[in-house]
Design a protein around this ligand. Structure first.
Ligand code: 5SP
Ligand code: FE2
Length: 220
């Protein structure tokens, strides 16, 4: 398993104190910034466009981890690759079938950007197993996508265990990210199940950013 990474989700950032909070994030032990893109169609919420990503990229020295919850991932992947995304994760549910999924993975990599594929709580990741070498990351959603502050769905850890078993058996470098309801307790469970990237929104921003990131990173 790779080194654990914490990716605070900017969905919970206090937009009245953006500059201050970005500085705190930048000087914390969080290496990635999780940038949730919602189109108001794939999910019933609307968030950030490419110019915000460009601005944030200037303000922090962090990996820009872009999670696109959109119905047209082909279009949005190009837009956010151009804006400076380091990794783009799209939803399996938003593409026609596994062939289209792999085509988009290859396209995103051809742009020099890492690629992740995400599954919603009701979607099994089994169809991805033969193709894990095409992905830099699989994102297991542990809440229904669309909003921060929801409760962690513990049953999603079975998906993490399944993916970890296959990734380790094949010796792939694919990371496993989990997103939704992550705090100290649920983060620990997720790491024990095999996750190596924890996304956390409300937990990180509803307290001292440095302290909360450290608690996730060095769970006791
Ligand atoms: O993608 C999403 C929500 O759809 C997330 O990235 C949330 O922002 C996580 O928020 P918390 O559950 O950690 O508050
Ligand atoms: Fe997310």
């Amino acid at each position: 398993m790779k080194e654990l990474v914490i990716a605070p989700s900017i969905l919970s950032l206090d937009f009245a104190r953006v500059e201050e909070q970005l500085k705190e994030l930048n000087s914390s032990h969080a290496k990635w910034l999780h940038f949730d893109v919602m189109d108001g169609h794939f999910v019933p919420n609307l968030t950030f466009g490419p110019d915000i990503l460009k601005g944030f990229k200037k303000a922090v020295d962090m990996v820009m981890d872009v999670h696109i919850m959109v119905s047209n991932p082909v279009f949005f992947a190009d837009v956010f690759a151009k804006a400076g995304a380091d990794i783009i994760t799209f939803h399996l549910e938003a593409v026609e079938d596994i062939d289209a999924c792999i085509r988009l993975c290859r396209h995103i990599r051809s742009l020099g950007v890492k690629v992740g594929v995400s599954v919603k709580p009701k979607t099994s990741p089994e169809v991805l197993l033969p193709y894990l070498q095409e992905m830099d990351m699989v994102l297991v959603m542990s809440v229904e996508p669309g909003f921060g502050g929801q409760s962690f769905m513990e049953a999603m850890l079975d998906k993490v265990r399944l993916l970890r078993k296959e990734i380790d058996a094949k010796g792939y470098a694919t990371r496993i990210q989990i997103d939704g309801g992550i705090n100290e307790e649920t983060g620990k469970l997720a790491v024990e199940a095999g996750c190596d990237v924890l996304v956390a929104g409300s937990y990180v921003f509803k307290g001292d950013i440095h302290e909360r990131v450290d608690r996730l990173l060095w769970q006791k």
